[in-house]
Design a protein around this ligand. Structure first.
Ligand SMILES: [Zn+2]
Length: 199
């Protein structure tokens, strides 16, 4: 059941320490599971409502930037790395080849000009806790000069391999999760975007 305002688990960081307030674990009355045919007990339900504290660490800047309409990648700038200059999207903190910390890089313009659908899958049934509209048009997106492929979703039109797409961002009331980023076909009008999203 939905939580009341007082039951919501809120976390702030004060003086470098996590300060949780509210309720993070709620238990509801359990229910028996009866076998109606045999008229005997088969088990019980265990209702549990848990708020998970997910720390973003060095990736926090990526999620914060989405709500500001920016897509931040990283690049290895280590002179001693065989793959120096490689650009990664999704955001990776460390280079997978030399394990050095990489440099954040604003990829928004490259994404606007070069993003293409690499492959896609349309999902009519989702897992638990899905917040996206069904069917979900998952797309793998490729960008010029980027060595990785990004998983995202298309919210206008139909996906096609090779189709040019542009990023859109949930800049009004961002959720600070990866769903603040989505894609639409190139040429989509601002008026066609979902509520809260801008180019
Ligand atoms: Zn490297």
């Amino acid at each position: 059941m939905p939580k009341t305002e007082n039951e919501k688990g809120i976390v702030e960081i004060v003086d470098g320490k996590y300060k949780p307030s509210g309720t993070f674990h709620i238990i509801e009355k359990n229910q028996p599971i009866f076998d109606k045919d045999a008229n005997k007990l088969a088990g019980v339900t265990n209702p549990r409502d848990m708020t998970y504290i997910h720390s973003y660490g060095g990736e926090a800047m990526f999620f914060e930037s989405l709500g500001k309409g920016k897509l931040i990648a990283t690049r290895c700038d280590n002179d001693n790395c065989e793959f120096k200059g490689s650009i990664y999207m999704p955001f990776r903190i460390y280079c997978p080849d030399c394990l050095r910390k990489m440099t954040p890089l604003n990829l928004t313009e490259i994404a606007r000009k070069t993003a293409k659908v690499h492959s896609y899958i349309i999902t009519h049934r989702s897992g638990a806790f899905n917040t996206l509209d069904l069917p979900i048009k998952f797309i793998n997106v490729e960008f010029d000069n980027v060595v990785t492929i990004l998983m995202s979703y298309l919210v206008v039109g139909e996906p096609e391999i090779g189709k040019r797409v542009v990023p859109i961002f949930r800049t009004k009331n961002p959720t600070y999760t990866i769903t603040d980023l989505a894609f639409v076909p190139e040429g989509t009008l601002e008026s066609e975007l979902p509520n809260g999203f801008t180019f």
